[in-house]
Design a protein around this ligand. Structure first.
Ligand SMILES: NC(=O)c1ccc[n+]([C@@H]2O[C@H](COP(=O)([O-])OP(=O)(O)OC[C@H]3O[C@@H](n4cnc5c(N)ncnc54)[C@H](OP(=O)(O)O)[C@@H]3O)[C@@H](O)[C@H]2O)c1
Length: 338
């Protein structure tokens, strides 16, 4: 029996519950492939799995993290579309291949509903993996499944954004920086917010047309509306949630849309929906996206931009990588290299 190194999270509560173990490599079924993982990226949800409350209910001894890229090293007997040696990225929700969203598919969310990818080897349905173009590294590819696809969904579902549309992104984390890059590549005007003086220049250098400090200006919604000449923004990539939603609504253009993604600020806040009526605005919930969205994102990127990787940690430094994510000092993505 072949062995591998794998991280398991005993239970939620503390980072000390994360430990590196030796166990048997997964045995693949006829429709599965075995992927040797080369890189993993972290998301805010991975911190929720560590510190709780765990978004999929209490889990014990789960392999954490959802986003991995690597090389196929073995294929099940029925697999013909892919082969050993091919470089692949694994979707966040392997059960959602294409078509409309069905909440049942969340039962396949890696590193949350089921075991994730912080392991040397992972077995996965062959039809789920996505082949990587030559120009993208494993580290870059590993940033895409959750943050990249969520940003893509937030900007491509609902009303079509056009060159010159105003897009508001909140903060400088993984989803938001992808949204900044995608929106700029679409020709949109991007307004970014941050709580950090040090990150203002970084966001500008990544293409943000305006940067607003959300922590020191509680009326940032009105400030952003003023920056658009009073018209407002056509899309908000809303990672704050109930805490920031009133300001996002204040910044919204007539018939603009808020892509509701995150829970970073006061998730249980009570908010008034009335401002939405005065703009005839739309709030659209986003739940990552499908394998087809990941394919579409890769095709769209095609040399237009590279993922922003803030820091790369070694496999033995996984706990340090989680701790660094919790500091919120990063811009873009944090990667663990195997
Ligand atoms: N619904 C979905 O499908 C989905 C998918 C992915 C992520 N999410 C959620 O989206 C959120 C972001 O995820 P992520 O992985 O991109 O996080 P992340 O990389 O950890 O981003 C954290 C950054 O968000 C900014 N931030 C923190 N509090 C904020 C607030 N109150 N208002 C505005 N910005 C704030 C901060 O930026 P500054 O330092 O610049 O202030 C912080 O550095 C999380 O709540 C996550 O659970 C949801």
């Amino acid at each position: 029996m072949r062995r591998m190194q794998v991280y398991r999270l005993k239970e939620a509560g503390a980072l000390t519950n994360l430990s590196l173990r030796q166990e048997a490599q997964p045995i693949i079924g006829p429709d599965e492939v075995l992927v040797r993982i080369h890189a993993v990226s972290l998301n805010a949800r991975d911190l929720m799995m560590v510190y709780g409350p765990q978004p999929y209910g209490p889990k014990t001894d789960i392999i954490p993290t959802s986003d991995g890229a690597g090389e196929i090293v073995a294929c099940g007997s029925s697999v013909s579309d892919v082969q050993p040696g091919e470089r692949v990225v694994i979707p966040f929700r392997p059960g959602w291949i294409d078509g409309p969203y069905d909440p049942v598919q969340t039962g396949t969310d890696l590193g949350g509903a089921v075991d994730g990818v912080l392991a040397q080897y992972v077995s996965i349905a062959a039809k789920a993996v996505v082949l990587l173009p030559a120009g993208i590294s494993y580290e870059q590819a590993a940033t895409l499944p959750c943050a990249g696809v969520t940003a893509w969904s937030a900007l491509t579902r609902g009303a079509v954004l056009r060159p010159g549309s105003n897009v508001l992104i909140l903060g400088s984390g993984g989803v938001s920086v992808f949204a900044l890059q995608i929106a700029k590549a679409m020709g949109c005007t991007v307004i970014a917010t941050t709580s950090s003086d040090a990150k203002v220049q970084t966001l500008r250098s990544l293409g943000a047309d305006h940067v607003v400090h959300y922590a020191t200006d509680s009326s940032w919604g009105e400030q952003i509306r003023a920056l658009t000449g009073g018209r407002g923004v056509n899309r908000v990539v809303e990672v704050g949630g109930a805490g920031s939603l009133p300001k996002s609504m204040a910044a919204l253009a007539p018939e603009g849309e808020i892509s509701l993604i995150g829970l970073l600020e006061n998730p249980m806040n009570t908010i008034s929906p009335i401002p939405l009526m005065s703009t005839m605005g739309v709030i659209r919930g986003i739940s990552v996206g499908s394998r087809a969205d990941l394919v579409a994102l890769l095709a769209f990127m095609n040399g237009r931009f590279d993922p922003i990787i803030d820091r790369v940690f070694g496999f033995n430094e996984a706990a340090k990588a989680f701790a660094y994510l919790a500091t919120r000092k990063h811009v873009g993505k944090i990667v663990i290299r195997l």
